[in-house]
Design a protein around this ligand. Structure first.
Ligand SMILES: CC(C)(COP(=O)(O)OP(=O)(O)OC[C@H]1O[C@@H](n2cnc3c(N)ncnc32)[C@H](O)[C@@H]1OP(=O)(O)O)[C@@H](O)C(=O)NCCC(=O)NCCS
Length: 239
């Protein structure tokens, strides 16, 4: 057993948050549960690695994008891009104006929300130049059941397929990694671009809620979308 823990590559694997290593980490967890806690450095390191793998926010890669955890150094970009009225105008939760300190406060909650199993937030960055371009999240996660998908992209990056690329991969993560059964999303009826993203990742229109959202002091209609794990499994290419 110590042979396993002494293996450096395995130790590094434990510290690596990529999904494929989670199976190994869980296996290792089962193994260390049987050992009395000793000062053996390998075991301590291994436990530290397991602790990290259970709490570190995930990173996903797509063809052109990296979906990664936010860091406080993203706060200024969040404020600049989400602070654009055009972005705030069609979202439920982005305030306008976007005050100083709000982005830092929001980013600081991500890890705790993830640990509680409530929410997974991803910063969307371009693989080529590393530029931060937007945000995507699974919110209101109900374990073994469902989550709500939400996103925004900075205006200079609209209509380049970035949101669809990110959303397809987050839906995949919801079904294949979190093992959820249903992913929902919704958009203001006057925001058809968001509806297109939902359609392009395989979501079905499930109805309209009239006067559902109070936005800028006015009640607005909202379009509801959803996709089931079974729909996803049958989807060619699954993106
Ligand atoms: C909605 C949003 C996330 C889309 O991001 P994006 O990266 O531009 O999306 P994509 O490029 O992947 O796809 C956009 C699709 O909408 C279409 N579209 C754009 N404007 C449209 C319009 N006015 N009417 C209909 N379709 C429109 C595009 O043509 C494209 O569809 P296509 O590939 O079939 O041509 C982005 O516009 C945004 O951040 N808006 C502000 C915040 C927001 O509304 N977030 C969603 C809240 S529900």
């Amino acid at each position: 057993m110590n042979m396993v823990f002494a293996d450096t590559s395995f130790y590094l694997a434990l510290l690596n948050p990529r999904d494929e290593w989670n199976v190994q980490a869980q296996e290792a967890h089962r193994m260390v549960e049987d050992i009395p806690l000793t000062s053996a450095p390998q075991v301590t390191i291994c436990l530290y690695g397991i602790q990290n793998i259970m709490t570190i926010l995930p990173t996903l890669e797509t063809k052109r994008l990296v979906l990664r955890p936010f860091s406080l150094s993203d706060a200024k970009d969040v404020q600049r891009l989400a602070g654009d009225w055009a972005v705030a105008d069609t979202t439920a939760r982005i305030p306008h104006p976007y005050e100083d300190g709000l982005a830092e406060e929001w980013i600081s909650c991500h890890e705790a929300e993830f640990r509680k199993g409530k929410c997974v937030n991803f910063a969307i960055a371009l693989k080529s130049e590393g530029a931060f371009i937007g945000a995507i999240a699974l919110m209101d996660i109900a374990k073994d059941h469902k989550a709500e998908l939400g996103y925004w992209i900075g205006k200079p990056y609209w209509n380049m397929g970035y949101c669809t690329e990110a959303a397809g991969n987050v839906v995949r993560y919801a079904f294949e990694t979190l093992q959820l059964k249903r992913v929902t999303s919704h958009h203001l009826s006057r925001n058809p671009a968001s509806g297109r993203v939902m359609q392009k990742v395989g979501m079905s229109h499930e109805g309209t809620r009239r006067a559902e959202m109070l936005k800028w002091g006015k009640l607005e209609d909202v379009e509801l979308y959803g996709i089931l794990a079974s729909d996803w499994a049958e989807r060619p290419g699954k993106t």
